[in-house]
Design a protein around this ligand. Structure first.
Ligand code: PLP
Length: 446
């Protein structure tokens, strides 16, 4: 970028920077977002994004410039980019047998299921493997429906602000109306209550019971990711667990984004010792090398699939390459104690951002997070956008959430080095200083 070396920017220069960042993406990353989408969808002329892994924690663009990745592929790079242990496991499997669809011949799938049973909390024992977070949620909903249908329970309770994916079932649990509207009516029986509000949850469960629309399952994220990194009040998850037990509803925890060490424990529900009936995993489970989803359930719930194993199947789910990646990923997470590292480095970053927020109350309304899943809430969309541009200028990648551009998400690889954490905080300080200067009223007398 032409003005990348300048240390302070005035209004005009800031605007120019935003233009440059846009141009930069147009030229080096994609030729305009819409055109890019069209071209990718149609297999057109434009070519694809050509960033590549620089180190575990960085990406290198087409010009060889290195950026610290504070986006982490929206939560898939917990063990970093191209982690050598994961890459090597996948390469070895590739040389043996990349795919086959015969689960009975697949020792890796069995080994991963056994590993997840040991790793996950409580009585979670059996895994259904798929290829994404959405599929993992879809399988969870179908499992719950098959199990609870026998008991005459058909209602699902989800939370406002939730994101669970966009297939018809998952979208019925996802809350954002702009995603839902064109597909209405969605799957019947889904109700939403405010996230974090245990009284609202209790009221709805008891209303449903009174009207005979008994709740089959409650589905929620322990920390809402795409909804803007929203943390519920302490004790909320365990209170939901108690309510589920009281009303005979299953508890489905969607840890697609929070799982695999992201929040400072291997699974976010472990912060409150909560044991769900069904746990959804995906994203980082494949180590940023292979796509994989896993729906892990208790024996009691999963037994509906033993009555007829063909009720829910998928050809590629739990394929050897994906399982090899997941097993290697779990190995790295445990060997390097990355959940613990996530807690420690996350706390350091959070503290740093919070100190900055205290210095710039006119720019930042809140900094929140758990482990390495954090968000900085800016006062306006354009300030969030300018902050992302400023960070980009200093070679750090951050982005907004599906919610909006004023909620900037910080979700780096858990392997981020301490020196890189410091670099990120230093860059944020510089960015905020600039943005604050831009906020100053113009001096009329000058
Ligand atoms: N559930 C949660 C909590 C998510 O954050 C996401 C994706 O962001 C999904 C489900 C959907 O996962 P995928 O995009 O892999 O289908």
């Amino acid at each position: 970028l032409n003005i990348i070396e300048k240390t302070t920017l005035d209004h005009e220069e800031m605007k120019a920077l935003n233009r440059e960042v846009r141009e930069y993406f147009k030229e080096h990353v994609n030729p305009g977002f819409l055109e890019y989408r069209k071209s990718v969808t149609a297999g057109g002329d434009y070519g694809a994004v050509e960033w590549q892994a620089g180190s575990l924690n960085t990406l290198v663009d087409t010009q060889g410039q290195e950026f610290i990745d504070c986006l982490g592929g929206f939560g898939i790079f917990n063990v970093g980019h191209r982690n050598p242990v994961v890459v090597s496991a996948v390469e070895q499997q590739l040389a043996k047998q990349p795919l086959h669809s015969q689960e009975l011949l697949d020792p890796l799938r069995a080994l991963l299921a056994k590993t997840l049973a040991a790793l996950t909390p409580g009585k979670l024992k059996y895994s259904f493997f798929s290829n994404s977070g959405t599929e993992s949620v879809e399988a969870a909903l179908k499992l719950a429906k098959a199990y609870q249908g026998k008991r005459g329970k058909y209602t699902f309770v989800a939370t406002s602000g939730a994101f669970h994916g966009k297939s018809l079932g998952a979208l019925s649990a996802t809350a954002k109306s702009t995603f839902r509207k064109p597909f209405m009516p969605l799957v019947p029986g889904f109700r939403h209550v405010p996230f974090g509000d245990i009284d609202a949850m209790r009221t709805l469960l008891s209303e449903c019971q009174k009207t005979g629309d008994d709740v089959a399952a409650v589905i929620l994220e322990p920390v809402q990711g795409e909804g803007g990194v929203i943390l519920p009040p302490e004790g909320y998850l365990s209170a939901v667990r108690k309510l589920c037990d009281e009303f005979g509803a299953l508890m489905i925890l969607d840890e697609v984004q929070t799982g695999m060490g992201r929040t400072g424990k291997m699974f976010a529900c472990e912060h409150e010792n909560v044991q769900p009936d069904i746990l959804c995993l995906a994203k980082a489970l494949g180590g940023g090398v292979m796509p994989i989803g896993a729906t892990v359930a208790t024996e009691e719930v999963f037994s509906v699939l033993f009555e007829n194993p063909f009720l829910h199947t998928t050809t590629f789910g739990g394929n050897p390459l994906a399982c090899a990646a997941a097993l290697a990923t779990i190995n790295v997470l445990l060997e390097e104690n990355l959940p613990r590292q996530s807690a420690e480095k996350g706390a350091l970053l959070l503290e740093g951002f919070q100190a900055l927020a205290a210095d710039y109350p006119e720019l930042i309304t809140e900094v929140r997070g758990k482990g390495m899943l954090m968000a900085i809430e800016f006062t306006h969309n354009d300030i969030g956008y300018n902050f992302a541009s400023e960070m980009f200028r200093q070679h750090i990648l951050v982005a907004g959430t599906l919610n909006n551009a004023k909620t900037i998400r910080i979700e780096p690889p858990l392997t981020l080095e301490l020196s890189q954490c410091e670099q990120v905080l230093k860059a944020a300080k510089v960015a905020l200083e600039h943005l604050s200067e831009l906020q100053e009223p113009e001096d009329d007398a000058a």
